[in-house]
Design a protein around this ligand. Structure first.
Ligand code: DXP
Length: 255
């Protein structure tokens, strides 16, 4: 499989997974294995190195890329503070910026996200900003030093799939950075759809964590992301308005 390059890291798997909402944390290592994901995101507020109680980091094997996210940040300053804290705690220099001040739809604040991206990219972070799929905002994120853009497919946790498909398609066409579809992906077929239109990767949490069998669902998402990528690279056949016989009738009609 062709590699995805983010920052100076080459990834051979294009499924990123989250660690929230699992019925119990003990199955997380098995989900990481079945999904073959190499990039694992977790909310920094769920990491407490001083606590004697179990810590989400205890369930993420050491040789994976941690993608701490700034979930809970309501503006750029809070996101920057959380990112610096994550780095100081030894979570590496990758950061997923999530700035959300709307509790009903959990939509990202693109303006504050761009500000946080600029500050953190200058400090050497590999910044992956979660965003509403808007072309101008994406261009500003490129200029701010983002390492990828993460447009939402649908609001977080809704499992509704690629509601923003046409807007994401514009980013794929116009933005010269990896496009990672994040949030709202509810089924493996949604993930395959994102990959078929040329997304570079997808991030899935709720659909795996709240499935009846999260371990097998991780496997299903892994397969669908791979299938979607192969389909994209194979150039999907064009859609047609009218029917076209699969076996040409020319010879038959001439007799
Ligand atoms: C875990 C995480 O980063 C989420 O905020 C993310 O956006 C995933 O969304 P879903 O839970 O809808 O997959």
């Amino acid at each position: 499989m062709d590699k995805l390059i983010i920052g100076d890291v080459e990834l051979d798997n294009r499924l990123f997974i989250g660690t929230g909402k699992f019925p119990n944390k003990k199955i997380i290592p098995d989900v990481i294995k079945s999904s073959e994901s190499k990039v694992i995101t977790m909310a920094l507020r769920r990491v407490d190195l001083k606590s004697k109680e179990e810590n989400i980091l205890d369930y993420i094997p050491k040789d994976y890329i941690l993608l701490p996210n700034t979930s809970g940040a309501r503006n750029a300053d809070e996101a920057v503070r959380i990112a610096r804290l994550a780095k100081a705690m030894g979570c590496g220099n990758w950061i997923k910026i999530e700035v959300i001040s709307d509790n009903k739809y959990l939509l990202p604040d693109n303006y504050e996200t761009i500000k946080a991206t600029e500050t953190l990219a200058k400090e050497g972070f590999v910044v992956l900003p979660y965003m509403s799929p808007d072309l101008m905002a994406a261009k500003n994120l490129v200029n701010a030093g983002a390492a990828a853009v993460m447009p939402l497919g649908a609001p977080i946790g809704t499992n509704r799939g690629l509601e923003t498909k046409e807007l994401i398609r514009i980013l794929i066409d116009e933005i010269n950075l990896p496009v990672i579809v994040d949030a709202g992906i509810g089924k493996p077929s949604h993930a395959a759809e994102a990959m078929e239109i040329g997304a570079d990767a997808v991030l899935v949490n709720t659909a795996i964590a709240t499935a009846g069998d999260p371990i097998n669902m991780g496997k299903a998402f892994n397969l669908s992301v791979k299938a979607g990528r192969i389909a994209y690279l194979s150039k999907t056949a064009p859609e047609k308005e009218f029917a076209e016989a699969s076996s040409p009738l020319t010879g038959f009609l001439n007799k």
